[in-house]
Write a protein that binds this ligand. Structure first.
Ligand code: ATP
Ligand code: MG
Length: 159
């Protein structure tokens, strides 16, 4: 890991522009101030691209994806929020495991047909994300409600 002081606002703009280009989805940025963290630039990009990729896959094309930057005393917080299918509570602790994917429990959910049929993956994204975040002395958690959407928060040490 190549840890350095990074202005997250600039990195988020870069990642949002790249993601918009590849996914044709609008990404909204929320940041009220300039926030810096100690992080590895290329790995942090990979983390955010993975989280945005999920947000794109598990929500409808007309729903916004938002990236929000906040800080607490000690930490810089990056939130990736979607208004998609959401994640059942009992799966929320397991999605960071290798190869774990939420499946049949969502069969009854009306969005499934349109969103999930084309969302093939190996269930590795979040396992990699978690390893990378923890490698930079950070943490990740999820808040989600079935049918309403999901918010993944990456917390990193402030600089
Ligand atoms: P991969 O990332 O390897 O291509 P994947 O996206 O299925 O495959 P993860 O990124 O590890 O795997 O996510 C694990 C599971 O968590 C997903 O299969 C999906 O069921 C659920 N999930 C992840 N992000 C979201 C989200 N934003 N909204 C709803 N469900 C999600
Ligand atoms: Mg994924």
């Amino acid at each position: 890991f190549n840890l350095e002081s990074i202005t997250l606002n600039d990195l988020l703009i870069e990642v949002a522009e790249m993601s918009e280009k590849f996914s044709s989805r609008a990404i909204i940025l929320n940041a009220e101030r300039s926030i810096k963290a100690i992080a590895d630039r290329s790995r942090l990009k990979r983390i955010l691209i993975n989280l945005i990729d999920n947000a794109v896959k598990y929500s409808e094309p007309d729903q916004p994806i938002t990236l929000t930057l906040e800080q607490t005393d000690q930490q810089a917080l990056i939130q990736v929020h979607d208004r998609g299918v959401g994640i059942p509570l009992h799966d929320q602790t397991r999605i960071f495991e290798r190869f774990y994917r939420v499946d049949e429990s969502r069969a009854r959910f009306p969005l499934r047909g349109s969103v999930e049929q084309s969302s093939g993956g190996y269930g590795l994204g979040l396992a990699i994300v978690k390893t990378l975040v923890e490698g930079m002395n950070g943490s990740i958690h999820v808040r989600s409600k079935l049918g309403e959407g999901s918010t993944f928060t990456v917390a990193l040490p402030r600089s």
